[in-house]
Write a protein that binds this ligand. Sequence first.
Ligand SMILES: [Zn+2]
Length: 126
Amino acid sequence: MPAKIYPFPTIEDQEVIRTAVKVFLTTQTGVARNRMLRTIRAVLDHYRISRFGFSDYIVETTRMPGLCTVKARSFVSGQTCPWCGEVLYGLRSKVRILNIQERRNYDLVTYGCRCGKVFAKYEYPE
Ligand SMILES: [Zn+2]
C-alpha cells in the first residue's frame, strides 16, 4: 500500500517549522538559518506541497532544491519592530531579512525579529 499523503502538515510538523524559525530568530546564527531553511523544505517536500501558510507568515519552496523562503503576512511601517521596539536597520540590529521580493518601484522585504515576530515592509530605494 502506498504511504498515506496528508494534504497539509500535521500539527507536529507545523510546530517543527515554527520552532526552526523561532530558533533562527533568537540565535541568529548562520547554522540556524541553514537548518531553518532545510527543515522547512524537508517538511514541504514530505507533503509534496510548495507552500504552507501560518497566521503570520507563509513558507514556500524555491526552484533551488533544498531551499525555501519565508514571507510575512502582516505589514509594518516605521523603523522599529512594533512588538519589541528593536530597530530594523544598522549593524547592531537584531532584525534579520528573511526574504526580498523586488518590484519595479519598491522592494517588499520580510523581516524576522529576535522577539520571534515576522513582518513585511515596503522599502523604497533612495
Ligand atoms: Zn521584535
